[in-house]
Design a protein around this ligand. Sequence first.
Ligand code: PEP
Ligand code: MG
Length: 600
Amino acid sequence: MSSELVGVGIVSGASPTIAIGRTHLLAPSELETRHYAIERKDVMHEVARLNNAFSLVRAEIDELAERVAPEAPGEVRAFLDLHRMILDDPLLCDEPRDLVRNRLINSEWALTIQLEAVCKQFEAIDDEYFRSRSEDVRQVVERVMNALVSGRGTTVALPPKPADGERLILVARDLAPTEMLRLKERAEVDVAGFVTEMGGRNSHTAILARSLGLPAVLGVAGAREAVTEGDLIVLDAEAGRVRIQPEQAELDRYRQRLRAQVESRIALRKLKGKLARTKDGIAIDLMANIELPEDARDALEAGADGIGLFRTEFLFMNRDRLPDEDEQYEAYARVARVMKGKPVVIRTLDIGADKVLTDKARRSLGIAAGAPTVESNPALGLRAIRYCLAYPELFLTQLRAILRASSVGTVRILVPMLAHVHEVEQTLSFVARAREQLKERKAKYDARVPVGGMIEVPAAALSLPAFVKRLKFLSLGTNDLIQYTLAIDRADASVAHLYDHLHPAVLHLIARTIRVGAKARTPVAVCGEMAGEIDLTELLLGMGLRQFSMHPSQILSVKERLFTLSTKTAAKFAARVLRADDPLQIRKLIEKAVARPVSA
Ligand code: PEP
Ligand code: MG
């Protein structure tokens, strides 16, 4: 009988999202150890045991670090460094010794007390990324505990090789990066993916899974209970599902999907190092949209030419204390560093509509308690640049943080939802004020950070000359442009069938923006979902678009499509589409063009 478990699916752009294999249950290394009081004469012995355990784990991590291949993903070394740092932190290595001496308790007990104290400190941190680092502390302490109990380093039980040649899917309570690396290193162990009960989107297990290109489903409650050793399971990381002992017909369907994924990804991955060009040799920039600093790795991994849209509002949501300048600076600088000089377009806060701050965070801005969180027309209300201009301190703090990040990379500022020229002018004076404030403080920043604007409101698309005069670049937010042009709330399911990116009015606004931008020599990008849809690549290229920004997982497919297209044929095709006045006819033209083998 087949059954199913659900969790958080983790996929890495260039790897298959499905894994099929036999389960191997990793024994839990839970901290169930004996706690007892000791006599004063035993203190030296306990402290020596503790020191010995720390030394064993240190040696183990150092040895792993030495063996990390130079071509291994950067995160691998970063994790080992992090675990080494945790291990050397006086809070973890000195405090338990004092507890043994002062409270006369055994080492395991002292270590458990200290672990809980340190984890509590982590868990009180507002930032989700840092909060989830308590997992790393636990993992490090587990290793020390194992070493304490066994008197030797951690060993990962060797999974038996399935007799039928299937690959292995590891099922564990949690997987420490060091354990994953040990298993990954062993050539005879063919790991296809893993399922854990702990962990979420931001956990190190997730980050490492992405960088090692292994699909995973994390945070699956009761996973170890639900499977038995050697079960055949299918892991569908895209859907966040684990199918246990699926029926033959279902298994065959999954095998077929997996084969197709492997084939197309092998072909796609070959494109990673290649510059995006059309068939007639025109260079195109393919940039990535990200929501959190850690997504920048995915962008780099997918071969992005830069970050075309960093949606910074995700740093502000789901928390009661808004990020201060330093916290924001760290986040922006982290992305700038990861991108190693490639451009990073940081969008100022696009809060409002469906992206709201918590009540407590709103109160910290001076919004009265009891003020409605959702106004009657939130998408048309105080959102994005309107919000920032209404809360000058919020805006200035973010601008200073972005400007400071320009000292470690190539940073650009992008302003969302502009409709009025006076909003552009006010924004530019805010940027000038933020620069002045930094200058007074003698803080480092690049004085030439360009300021660009999003074209996502028809009013802006219809008054472009005034915009290009004042802004250094434009980015078409087609998701909102469609919503505001067609008067369709993008979050309202009851009108979703009317949300049509092929409506002639939308296409004309896009084409016009690209045309006016080109004439004024103001670079124009598209960063809405349309940029990542390969069926629309030829149309946008034909309208003159040379910069596309999309989710990292779409970059290689769009690149592959571009290699088959010529700008001349695309321009003729776009002209034909723009002459059509019926979305149905437009759809037919696009379908026909996509079916055409390779453009001449
Ligand atoms: C858009 O509107 O197209 C866009 C990219 O911004 P968001 O989806 O974040 O509103
Ligand atoms: Mg938008």
